[in-house]
Design a protein around this ligand. Structure first.
Ligand code: HEM
Length: 378
C-alpha cells in the first residue's frame, strides 16, 4: 500500500495534472506508439485524432488522484473501462508499457517540476491502479461468453436508413450470451488501412433467435474517421464472416427500476432499444422518446412498432420539423428512472435539460458512443 507521505505528493500534483493532463497523455500516446507501433492495431485512431481518448485517460488519472483516500469511489468507473479493455483483449502485460510512457509523458511535459519524488510516488500509484484494473479484468475474462475474437457469419444485412445498417450475425454453439444494453466488438482489417481496427457496437435487440443483432452508422470518410463503418457498410455482405469478441458493458436496466424513460438520438437507439424490449418483456412501464432528423432517418421501425404493440409509450420527434428534444418532451416523467444514449453533444444537452427539471444525476444513466470518462463529472 502506498505510504501517507506519497499520497500527499500525489494530492499536491492534482493542480498541475489539471493544467497539463491532456497534454501529458497526448505526449504519452505519441511516444508509446513510436516505440510500440503494434498497439496501433488496438487503439481507435479516430479517438486519438479527435482527442477523446487522451482526455478520457487524463480524467481517469485525475479521478484516481482526487480519490486517493477512497479508491472505492472510482470502482464504478473502473468497471466500465475494464469492460472495454476486456472486449479489446487488453492483457496484464500491456500495463507496464502504458505506465512507462505515461510517467515519461509527465516528465517530458512538466520538466523540472516533475521531481524524482513525484515520479517515484506516481510510479507506485500507477502500479496500484493498474493492479485494480488487472484484477477486475481477470474476472471478466473468466466470465466472458467466449475467448478472444471468434468468427460469426452475417445472416442478415438490413438497410435501416441512408446512414444505418443492421447486421444479424450467428455462430453455432453460441446461445444468447448478452444482457440488453451490452455491446460487441468487431475486429476488421480494411484493405486500404494499415492496421487492424476494433470498434464497439451496441446490440440493438434483446431477441437473439437469429443471432446477435447490432447496428452501424456510416460515418463520414474524412481523415481516419469512418474507416470501419464504411468497410462494414460497403465491404461486408450476407454470408461473410466477421470476428467478434464476447459481449461486454455494464449499461443495463437495474432490476429495481420499474418506471422507465428511455431517451435516444440517431443510432443511440441501439442499446436502449434492446433495453426497452427487455423491460417490456418483464412487465415494466416503458416510455421511449426518440429524436430523428426526419422519417427517412427513422431506423428500427419494425422494432418500434413491436414495442408499441407490446405496451410501450413511444414518441418520435423529427428535428427537421419539430426541433430538438428538450425538457417539455419529458414532462410527466419526473418520477421515472432515465436511460439515455446518443452522441456526446446529445448526451450533454439531455442531461442538462433533465437537471434543469430538478432530476438528480443519480437517476440518469447513460452510454455515450465514445470514452465515457471524457464526459464524467469527477
Ligand atoms: C480505453 C483508462 C490501461 C488500452 C480506456 C478508457 C479509459 C482508460 C478511461 C476509455 C473508456 C471508455 O471508452 O469509456 C485506462 C487507465 C489505464 C489503462 C487508467 C491504466 C491504469 C490501458 C492499457 C491498454 C489500454 C494497458 C493497452 C495497451 C485502451 C484502449 C481503449 C482504452 C485500446 C479503447 C479506446 C480507444 O481505442 O481509443 N482506457 N487505461 N488501456 N484503453 Fe485504457
Amino acid at each position: 500500500m502506498i505510504t501517507e507521505e506519497k499520497k500527499e505528493v500525489i494530492k499536491a500534483t492534482i493542480p498541475v495534472l489539471e493544467a497539463h493532463g491532456t497534454e501529458i497523455t497526448s505526449t504519452f500516446y505519441q511516444n508509446m506508439f513510436k516505440a510500440h507501433p503494434e498497439l496501433l492495431n488496438i487503439f481507435n485512431q479516430t479517438n486519438q485524432t479527435v482527442g477523446d481518448q487522451p482526455k478520457a485517460l487524463a480524467m481517469t488519472v485525475l479521478a484516481a488522484a482526487k480519490h486517493i483516500d477512497n479508491l472505492d469511489a472510482i470502482v464504478p468507473h473502473v468497471v466500465g473501462i475494464a469492460h472495454k479493455h476486456r472486449a479489446l483483449e487488453i492483457k496484464p502485460e500491456h500495463y507496464p508499457i502504458v505506465g512507462k510512457y505515461l510517467l515519461e509523458g509527465i516528465q517530458e511535459v512538466l520538466g523540472d517540476q516533475a521531481t524524482p519524488e513525484i515520479i517515484d510516488a506516481w510510479c507506485e500509484y500507477y502500479n496500484q491502479i493498474a493492479q485494480v484494473f488487472i484484477d477486475v479484468e481477470q474476472d471478466m475474462y473468466q466470465a466472458a461468453a467466449w475467448d478472444g475474437f471468434k468468427p460469426f457469419i452475417v445472416r442478415k444485412k438490413e438497410v435501416m436508413t441512408p446512414e444505418i445498417v443492421r447486421f444479424t450475425v450467428g455462430s453455432d454453439n453460441v446461445d444468447k450470451a448478452f444482457t440488453a444494453g451490452q455491446y460487441i466488438t468487431v475486429k476488421v482489417k480494411p484493405a486500404d488501412y494499415p492496421y487492424e481496427a476494433l470498434r464497439h457496437y451496441s446490440i440493438c435487440s434483446n431477441d437473439a433467435e437469429d443471432g446477435i443483432t447490432f447496428a452501424v452508422k456510416r460515418e463520414g470518410l474524412d481523415d481516419k474517421k469512418g474507416v470501419v463503418s464504411n468497410y462494414l457498410h460497403s465491404g461486408i455482405e450476407e454470408g461473410d464472416a466477421l470476428f467478434l469478441s464476447a459481449p461486454a458493458g455494464d449499461f443495463k436496466v437495474e432490476a429495481e427500476h420499474d418506471r422507465l424513460l428511455f431517451i435516444a438520438g440517431g443510432v443511440g437507439a441501439t442499446p436502449v432499444m434492446a433495453m426497452a424490449e427487455e423491460a417490456i418483456s418483464k412487465g415494466k412501464d416503458v416510455k421511449f422518446v426518440y429524436s430523428a432528423i426526419n422519417e427517412q432517418y427513422l431506423p428500427f421501425k419494425d422494432q418500434f412498432e413491436k414495442l408499441e404493440a407490446d405496451g410501450a409509450d413511444i414518441s418520435v420527434k423529427y428535428s427537421d420539423t419539430d426541433g430538438y428534444l428538450n425538457r417539455e418532451d419529458f414532462t410527466g416523467s419526473e418520477d421515472r428512472e432515465i436511460y439515455i444514449c446518443g452522441s456526446m453533444p446529445f448526451m450533454n444537452t439531455m442531461i442538462a435539460e433533465l437537471n434543469a427539471m430538478g432530476i438528480d444525476d443519480s437517476r440518469i444513466h447513460f452510454e455515450p458512443f465514445g470514452p465515457k470518462m471524457s464526459l464524467q463529472k469527477v
